[in-house]
Design a protein. Structure first.
Ligand code: ADP
Ligand code: ZN
Ligand code: ZN
Length: 728
């Protein structure tokens, strides 16, 4: 009797056995249609055996083995098994969720005409389920669906009237947009001839090291200051892999950046098929790109985190750009780290992996200084000296609309010279809170432990955590006082202040609110490039990967608020962010200037930043982490629980802690505590941190604990495990 063991998208850890008399070992990794309950389901064959623990009379027969797409290789399956086990996520879900939607459905007619689809905008992609009203189940369903990729016209047509109504609301809010089916991105790119600069000596050394590492597992940290030409190193390494008949996978943090990179890569490799894999594709595109990847036609795959699972028969090299970026870690559901899985995959496949960045995650840096990874350094910025970074001490001066006299003078000077400037403030809206100075009322969100942000342009108060929106009150809801004060600054207020200070300046605000409509950003980019803008005001959307040759001054406001945080990674993340922002200055040849307004000019983070000495910063911070017993010196997992009442969540965690103690007394347990934001979207949240210096020990423990937790019945708490958590 032939039994197949099938992974199905259901929330249990086990596989499902079916009889499949005509299946053989060659079908492992193939999709299969099986009866499931009263319906049928698509799954993936994980194993073919001759015995089952299910009694024979209860075994059902498969309906059909689906051989219309390439099967997943044993290596692809091994990676999924590893990831599901490591992140404690049901294997069947992991396998199915990483397949293109069209390969997951029971019936699908591939011939259906597609003309375009809805996809999430930058603003939409940033939403989390907690941003939607808790009870709006259709909104939740649609968001979840859109997060898995574009919703094409046929699928949109199949939706009920209610869902179409919600789609329209999403459109109105700028969360989604309609996009015509795209043509190959390469057609536009081919017009220009490829330009390959000669590598400098550091780049040459890096490329040589990676090239000679091809064919063996070797993790590299490419630590290169901003503007040092890391991309050029990636491209040469990819060329070397291609020359050996291999495929190369290039992972990047943001979809927003892929079109530019795609054009660059296509220009450099006119003979190779390049595909992208990210959530901005329509279902049809995603399927086409996935198939090209799986059957080996695509030689270079450019993708965001989910591309780490793409089937790649000839994979020879993986590159992870901006490896420290938080977007590589999925923040709900299957909480994998694509960066860490890239390394795991490289090890499984026996190939090199290159992690590139100016500010590595401390985990990565630690691995490099302890020689687990090979460190490659690029210390020279190409074509320009590094920017000059200074702190502006704001303790003893009266700021004009939050702007120091030094920054104002520098902005004026740049305007006179015809240069562009960027004022960076990582908070959108007008003011983070509205307050009554008479009775002390403040604009709080009734569903979150957070304040409502005043958006003056729209005359609204908005919660940036749950999406709640209310009209801005004309007077104080507490006492009727007509004079409410906006407290603090956001991008809108800074934009207004700059307009007052520089009436003739052309000012452009770039944040999630102004870029949410598709094509808004490309149009803005064009204006910046054509020098139709003098001063940019922007959030971290502007920090990453953009090259503006005329931008020579960067001013940073309100960075201090992140210096003293409960999150032990706050300083690491702030350093990385400020380095990226500072790196925008002076990319066109002139020396850039960066002014950071702060009340703590002698804080070690700022002094290291001024010296642009990541190494000193990381080493002193790592010494502190070692002392305090924090990662990377220990490994952590976070059990999160949420419930309508905090007590319910904490009770669940208490029980979980008792369980943990009885399982392994060596695992360090913290006390269950309310989350950093205890209330979000009307639910109370709490968490329990566990850690161990030994990763294998933690893995074994988590596996047992996960089982024990699943057995706790009669709880109204929803819980999830986050292995290697990065936000608390
Ligand atoms: P990074 O990713 O390290 O910030 P980039 O790869 O974007 O830096 O490179 C910065 C700029 O330098 C790009 O415009 C790139 O084309 C250019 N560049 C890279 N390497 C060289 C080189 N060897 N000679 C001349 N220009 C180069
Ligand atoms: Zn009042
Ligand atoms: Zn809220």
């Amino acid at each position: 009797m032939t039994i197949i063991r099938v992974a199905l998208a259901v929330p249990v850890d086990s596989l499902f056995d079916y009889r499949a008399d005509r299946a053989g070992p060659g079908d492992i990794g193939q999709r299969v249609l099986v009866p499931f309950g009263k319906t049928s389901a698509v799954g993936v064959i994980m194993d073919v055996t001759s015995a089952s623990t299910v009694p024979e009379h209860k075994l059902r027969h498969v309906l059909r083995v689906l051989r219309d797409a390439p099967r997943l290789s044993r290596e692809d399956l091994r990676l999924l098994e590893f990831a599901a086990d490591y992140y404690r996520y049901p294997l069947g879900r992991a396998v199915m969720e990483t397949l293109p939607a069209r390969l997951r459905r029971t019936k699908d007619s591939p011939a259906r005409k597609q003309t375009g689809g809805y996809l999430l905008t930058v603003a939409g992609a940033a939403l989390t389920p907690a941003d939607l009203p808790v009870r709006a189940s259709i909104q939740h369903r649609l968001l979840e669906r859109l997060r898995r990729g574009a919703l094409d016209s046929a699928e949109a047509r199949r939706l009920s009237r209610h869902e179409r109504g919600v789609l329209k609301r999403f459109l109105d809010r700028g969360w989604i947009e309609w996009r015509q089916a795209v043509t190959s991105p390469r057609s536009a790119a081919l017009a220009e001839p490829p330009a390959t600069p000669a590598l400098n000596s550091e780049q040459t050394a890096a490329v040589d090291a990676i090239r000679s590492g091809l064919g063996a597992y070797r993790p590299f940290l490419l630590l290169g200051v901003t503007g040092s030409g890391k991309t050029e190193v990636y491209l040469h390494a990819i060329a070397a892999a291609l020359a050996q008949g291999q495929q190369a996978l290039l992972l990047v943090p943001e979809i927003a950046l892929t079109p530019q990179l795609e054009t660059l890569v296509a220009r450099r490799f006119p003979g190779a098929r390049i595909v992208s894999l990210h959530s901005g594709l329509t279902e049809t595109e995603r399927l086409a790109h996935w198939l090209a990847t799986a059957n080996g036609q695509a030689r270079i795959i450019l993708g965001t985190r989910l591309a780490v699972f793409a089937p790649l028969p000839d994979l020879g090299l993986i590159v992870v750009d901006e490896e420290q970026d938080g977007s590589f870690k999925q923040s709900d559901g299957f909480r994998y780290s694509a960066r860490d899985l890239a390394v795991a995959r490289a090890r499984q496949r026996n190939i090199p992996v290159v992690l590139g960045t100016a500010t590595p995650a401390f985990e990565t840096y630690h691995n490099a200084v302890t020689s687990r990874y090979t460190m490659l350094r690029l210390t020279q910025r190409i074509g320009a000296p590094p920017p000059r970074i200074d702190c502006v001490d704001t303790r003893n001066q009266k700021l004009a609309d939050g702007l120091s006299s030094e920054l104002l003078a520098a902005l004026r000077q740049r305007m006179e010279a015809g240069d562009q400037s960027l004022v960076f403030i990582n908070r959108r809206g007008y003011a983070p809170v509205l307050m009554c100075r008479h009775c002390g009322w403040i604009s709080g969100c009734h569903r979150c432990s957070a304040q409502l942000v005043l958006h003056l342009r729209e005359r609204e108060l908005r919660c940036h955590h749950c999406g709640h929106v209310a009209p801005a009150p004309a007077g104080c809801p507490g006492c009727g006082n007509a004079d409410l004060s906006p407290v603090g600054q956001g991008t809108q207020r800074v934009e207004e202040a700059l307009a007052r200070q520089f009436p003739s300046a052309r000012i452009l605000r770039i944040d999630r609110d102004t870029t949410s409509r598709r094509l808004a950003w490309p149009a803005m980019r064009g204006r910046i490039e054509r020098r139709e803008v003098d001063i940019l005001v922007g959030t971290q959307i502007l920090a990453k990967g953009h090259d503006f040759p005329h931008l020579n001054l960067v001013g940073v406001l309100n960075a201090d608020s992140r210096l003293y945080s409960n999150d032990f990674r706050a300083a690491e993340h702030l350093y990385a962010l400020l380095t990226q922002v500072a790196g925008r200055a002076g990319r066109g040849g002139a020396r850039g200037q960066v002014l950071i307004q702060t009340e703590f000019p002698h804080h070690p983070l700022y002094t290291a930043l001024v010296r642009q000495d990541f190494q000193a910063f990381a080493e002193s911070a790592l010494a502190e982490r070692q002392q305090a017993g924090f990662p990377p010196f220990v490994h952590q997992a976070l059990l999160r629980a949420e419930a309508p009442r905090l007590a319910t969540a904490l009770e669940f965690l208490d029980e979980a802690a008792r369980n943990a103690r009885s399982l392994d007394a060596q695992i360090a347990l913290y006390d269950p505590v309310p989350a950093a934001m205890p209330r979000r979207a009307g639910r109370e949240r709490a968490q329990l941190l566990v850690q161990s210096a030994s990763r294998p020990r933690l893995r074994d423990f988590l596996s047992a604990w996960h089982g024990a937790l699943s057995a706790i019945r009669a709880t109204r708490a929803r819980w999830s495990l986050d292995v290697d958590p990065i936000d608390f």
